[in-house]
Design a protein around this ligand. Structure first.
Ligand code: EPS
Length: 385
């Protein structure tokens, strides 16, 4: 990876922390490039009470000076406001068993049981604190930085929700609907369906249940040839799928019309190739979703992911206590009814990291200017190919 990062932080610990390495110098960057992403990720109808406590804001602790990256590693911090309510429970100092708020009845579908077995914990809070989707706040911040780099290279993107709780949007995506999506409490293209979706979320909440859905991220303005076919781990579709699958609760990933294409003859799947002097090389359809043979082909990149319903149910499924081994209901923790709208923002941000990495891999450059020059020379070369 050219753009590398690691993050740390528990959901109710003092803060989320990350180090990002590999950004070129000279990228204009302020908190205003990141904070709106954090706000969007916190939003969406169906979120729980925690989001009323948090107001996520980025702190640049290293690597940015005077509104520009310096080329040094970026250090990022997001404080957890809820920490002040958890200082005793999350105290790193030695403490007695059981700790306050110890969790011993694992939730089906969460990391609790296997994480406890694997790391030898009987207080499953030691598992869930890091397995929590709170971690995605920091990765979205990193994605926002990556997105800023992409924007400087002429790439645009959007994340939205084509289906939530089994209710599909009746309005196909178009870039003109970006404002509608940004204003929608469920990030959908179809205002008529929004009310139905909100009613379904309310009904799920009332019955102690949760809802999943589909997420889609789209990118346009990408150069052809990001990623490569020459080695398995350089294939961009594989790298995108790994990143998408790393979003908590994502259980399926699709590029373009991947699943539908599986049932169609090749003549109705592959996107015919055209050339004219005005547009250069292009396609009139995009069933491939902008990726062929592990490389971008210059068309719009379309990434879909399936998010299962959240595992914390207020009307819990059967489980068993990991201390007594007696049958017991799974733990009930404060949680969201659905996080599908937030997850669409997460998908867009995380795919941005993979794409920024792919640009840096192909073009290199220690400064943004150098990178931009190389991209522009290549764009010209590709047009004339
Ligand atoms: C989460 C449970 C909830 C969510 C959390 C993810 O946390 P809490 O138990 O504090 O209410 O709010 O999501 C976030 C904190 C966030 O920032 O997205 C879980 O179990 O994964």
């Amino acid at each position: 990876m050219n753009l590398r990062f690691l993050s740390a932080g528990e959901s109710h610990g003092p803060q989320l922390t990350a180090v990002v390495d590999g950004l070129p110098a000279g990228l204009p960057l302020t908190v205003e490039d990141v904070n709106p992403w954090l706000k969007k990720r916190q939003g969406g109808y169906g979120r729980g009470r925690r989001m009323a406590i948090e107001a996520d804001r980025i702190v640049f602790a290293a690597g940015v000076r005077g509104g520009r990256t310096t080329g040094a590693p970026l250090a990022l911090v997001i404080e957890n406001r809820d920490w002040k309510n958890w200082t005793e429970i999350m105290d790193p100092a030695p403490g007695n068993w059981p700790r306050k708020k110890a969790l011993t009845t694992p939730r089906p579908g969460h990391a609790d049981l296997t994480g406890g077995m694997k790391y030898g914990h009987k207080d499953l809070r030691d598992v869930l604190e890091r397995a929590s989707a709170r971690e995605t706040a920091m990765r979205v911040a990193i994605g926002a930085v990556a997105h800023k780099l992409l924007a400087e290279l002429g790439v645009e993107s959007i994340g939205y929700v084509p289906m939530l709780g089994g209710i599909e949007s009746g309005v196909p995506f178009s870039w003109d609907l970006r404002q509608q999506i940004e204003q929608s409490p469920v990030r959908m293209t179809d205002p008529a369906v929004e009310k139905e979706v909100i009613a379904a979320i309310d009904a799920a909440k009332k019955s102690g249940d949760t809802l999943g859905g589909l997420l889609e991220a789209r990118f346009r303005g990408l150069v052809p040839g990001l990623g490569s076919y020459v080695q398995f781990d350089r294939k961009l579709d594989g790298r995108i799928a790994q990143m998408a699958m790393s979003i908590p609760a994502v259980k399926g990933v699709e590029i373009g019309e991947g699943f539908k294409n599986a049932g169609l003859p090749g003549s109705r799947v592959h996107d015919a190739i055209f050339y004219d002097t005005e547009r250069g090389w292009h396609r009139r359809s995009n069933r491939a979703g902008g990726l062929e043979a592990g490389m971008t082909n210059g068309e719009e990149l379309v990434v879909r992911a399936a998010l299962k319903p959240i595992a914390t149910l207020m009307r819990p499924l059967p489980s068993a206590d990991v201390v007594s081994h007696q049958a017991a209901d799974a733990a009930r923790e404060r949680s969201d009814v659905t996080a599908v709208p937030a997850a669409s923002v997460i998908l867009e941000a995380l795919v941005s990291i993979i794409l920024a990495d792919a640009y840096l891999e192909k073009f290199g450059g220690d400064t943004l200017e150098e990178l931009q020059e190389r991209v522009s020379v290549y764009q010209q070369r590709v047009r004339e190919y």
